[in-house]
Design a protein around this ligand. Structure first.
Ligand code: GUN
Ligand code: ZN
Length: 432
């Protein structure tokens, strides 16, 4: 058994902060420490307390940095690592001209394997310790995704996309093959080590009604799995969906009809929703996913976080690489802050850091395992340096409070802010 003590300023959320100075919602220990053993957090407390309990244990001193739960990204596309920053008008043109051609490469298992390694390197560098990803339509891309996660002992969620129309040759399955491949992947990966499966009908445009029905069958047969798709990202997408599903009352009705909604459903984007759709999302406990950098990059629109929350909906937040432009959940918060500003909504720093840790874990129903630094949690930890760049260091000279320090990282932070990332208690970046 390998036990170690990490020393630093420990910050972990117990509940969602309601106001910018809601100090009841988190634990903050100035000279804090975590004892980590067998991939779990064994103890949390002051350094002096923990040190006396574990005399002789290896100590890694991260002072003056902050120790927080690893970040969680709830919507990302694994086969789009080489699509980021592609010049396109908006969503449908971007998919057709860059994204779909790129994803055809993942038919090749060797390519998928190589890219899975590169993908996880990026996540770790940016402090993301759990993500829920779309793989390509090819089963081998999902195998590569889960194999590499298993090698790194990461808690990853994902699934092969189901898509049987409106996509080029080499990038379509059939209702039956999509069902069979998903079933085999669930059997092999869901609950294997730290892996969890997400049934993934890409979106209404790329699935026939027959395939949507099969996705519904899979979801009914596997209530333990997540479901993920896209909803109301772009006006042309919504209009095309209405043409393809003329009976549907609205876009969400396509997914509703096939029994795909519920607390395990993650709906990417949810920008241009109708009243009825918002009501159904609330009633079913489904989760919209806010993807700020993608929504700005593709010119999709402004996510109404406060409007959805006012109906009791729990929103998740994510990068949406490669429509998104950064792997960093800090950059995601920064762009998200600005999107909310444009709508006279605010995202204060405590809520922001809650959102990318415990908040996303709560949406996933995984708050007993990840997203916090509580005793018994999995030891996925980030070490944050709020003075990581000369510009941040200069600004940090004027900082007096924890909230100000967090806000600086929320706005100016990126991969350079991540001094270290621990996966199940194991440091991933060269020792700092
Ligand atoms: N809608 C369907 N597929 C995609 C995708 O890959 N990215 C984004 N942003 N939207 C989508
Ligand atoms: Zn997406």
């Amino acid at each position: 058994m390998t036990r170690k003590i990490l020393r630093g300023r420990v910050l972990s959320f117990r509940a969602e902060p309601q106001t910018p100075d809601d100090t009841q919602s988190f634990d903050y220990i100035e000279d804090g420490a975590l004892t980590v053993s067998d991939g779990l957090i064994e103890a949390v407390g002051t350094y002096s307390d923990l040190q006396t309990q574990a005399v002789g244990t290896e100590m890694i001193d991260h002072r003056p940095h902050l120790l927080m739960a690893g970040f969680i990204d709830t919507h990302i596309h694994f086969p789009q690592v080489q699509v980021v920053a592609s010049w396109a008008v908006q969503l449908l043109d971007w998919l057709e001209n860059y994204t779909f051609p790129e994803e055809t490469r993942y038919a090749d298992a060797t390519h998928s394997k190589m890219m899975a390694g590169r993908f996880y390197d990026q996540l770790i560098d940016h402090g993301t310790t759990t993500a829920m990803a779309y793989c390509s339509v090819h089963k081998q891309s999902a195998d590569a995704y889960f194999e590499e996660a298993a090698k790194r002992n990461m808690r990853m969620i994902g699934g092969k996309v189901l898509m049987d129309r409106n996509a080029p040759d080499g990038l379509r399955d059939t209702p039956q093959s999509g069902y069979d491949d998903s079933k085999a992947l669930i059997e092999e990966w869901h609950g294997t080590g730290r892996a969890l499966y997400a049934i993934t009908p890409r979106f209404a445009i790329t699935s026939t009604p027959e395939q949507m029905e099969m996705a519904g069958v899979l979801a009914a047969e596997h209530p333990e799995c997540y479901v993920q798709t896209h909803l109301s990202e772009n006006h042309d997408e919504i209009a095309y969906t209405a043409e393809l599903y003329p009976q549907a009352r609205d876009y969400l009705d396509v997914y509703e009809t096939y029994g795909l909604l519920g607390p395990k459903m993650f709906l990417g984007h949810c920008i241009h929703l109708k009243e009825r759709e918002i009501g159904v999302i609330a009633d079913t406990g489904s989760h919209p996913v806010f993807c700020p950098t993608s929504n700005l990059f593709l010119g999709s629109g402004l996510f109404d976080d406060a409007g959805l929350r006012s109906k009791g909906i729990i929103n998740a937040i994510a990068t949406d690489i490669g429509g998104g432009t950064s792997y960093s959940m800090l950059q995601t918060l920064s762009e998200g802050y600005k999107i909310l500003q444009l709508q006279r909504q605010r995202m204060h720093a405590f809520r922001a850091f809650y959102w990318i840790t415990r908040g996303n874990a709560v949406a996933l129903g995984l708050q007993d395992k990840i997203g916090t630094l509580e005793t018994g949690s999995e030891a996925d930890i980030v070490v944050l340096n709020s003075a990581a760049t000369p510009a941040m260091e200069l600004r940090a000279e004027r900082i007096e409070t924890l909230a100000e320090e967090l806000f600086l990282m929320q706005i100016m932070g990126d991969d350079r802010t991540i001094a270290q990332t621990y996966i199940a208690g194991v440091a991933q970046k060269g020792h700092v």
